[in-house]
Design a protein around this ligand. Sequence first.
Ligand SMILES: Cc1ncc(COP(=O)(O)O)c(C=O)c1O
Length: 413
Amino acid sequence: MQESAPLDVERIRGEFPILEREFDGNQLVYLDNAATTQTPEPVIDAIADYYRETNANVHRGIHHLSQEASIAYEEAHDTVAEFVGASGGREEMVFTKNTTEAENLVAYAWGLNELGEGDEVVLTEMEHHASLVTWQQIAKRTGAEVRYIEVTEGGELDMDHARELIGEDTRMVSVVHVSNALGTINPVGELADLAHENDSLIFVDGAQAVPNRPVDVEAIDADFYAFSGHKMAGPTGIGCLYGKKAILEAMEPFLYGGEMIRKVTYEESTWNDLPWKYEAGTPLIAQGIALEQAVEYLEEIGMERIQAHEEWLTEYALDRLSEFDDIEVYGPKEAGNRGGLIGFNLDSVHAHDLASIMNDHAVAIRAGDHCTQPLHDKLGTAASARASFYLYNTREEVDRLVEAVDDARQLFA
Ligand SMILES: Cc1ncc(COP(=O)(O)O)c(C=O)c1O
């Protein structure tokens, strides 16, 4: 097992002021990164600088501030597009509120118009509610059927079942890239091939992938790919929807109003160019500009190195948790086969009690169903505890996690 961290964590931690916080004399150990990551100084500065120096509405004014804000906001789309390998630049990168809104955008704009009786939408049993509930509801409205690729005992997708399910009636395959409950990294490229061989589209939920590994939407051949700024060192209130240009051009808008139109009469309206056609009203200007800063921050550190750091922490945490035979870890057991998050349960302690005792140690983890209720039903538990890592975490913090778990065990013995 490699001893030293792949990243210069000490330097990185210095850029995240919140990590200095203490609770009852204990320094915060923040291991709830799959829910939301912390924000580095350059991103905090980008938000403050925007409001100090540039704040204006975009695409509406000929004054200096509006022009500067418009250029910065537009360029942010190009930077984020390039970050995930979208060669079409801004035309293929729509800014949304979050991953959930990106899912809804496609489900409403494409699904409501394209799906009908006899059509199938194929999901996986490990989908986040953002995708599961959304397609479930659109299917109800259109008469389409939702089918689920099964998850094996080992927490992987059953690809034989995927090959059985994805067929000539499939119109959309919607899959999570990295599971937020199991950590599983799904073979999204293979699933995209299967979808396309059957003339189906594929939507990939990359909320847990883009923050911590290199992602290339064109290499995957995803038709749509979504992620959230607040899980990748960016601000809350901004998400991203990559879509292939031809598909975004053909689709109807999701929200109507200002900004997304070209020509309006009392009878008819026509739509603006991509991506503004999908960004109705005043868009997420400060958030978009700050997200660009977050992307530049991550790129400077290097996505391969961030991935290596998460694997290094995950390997150590899996090893430490395996010291206890009353802990059940969900998902794949090897660090290289999973993202940097670990869902687990301690036999004698409910996940919520565990999280509460962790909190007494100032160790922040998540407990609950992680927006995957049906998956938890399948796992036979209502809730699990989840520790999730990011580029500023250390092995000493994993030790603090394990100490707190041990304390919980003793309290409930
Ligand atoms: C895999 C996955 N998909 C979607 C989401 C939803 O993200 P947001 O709440 O930013 O819309 C999450 C958030 O936890 C997630 O982990």
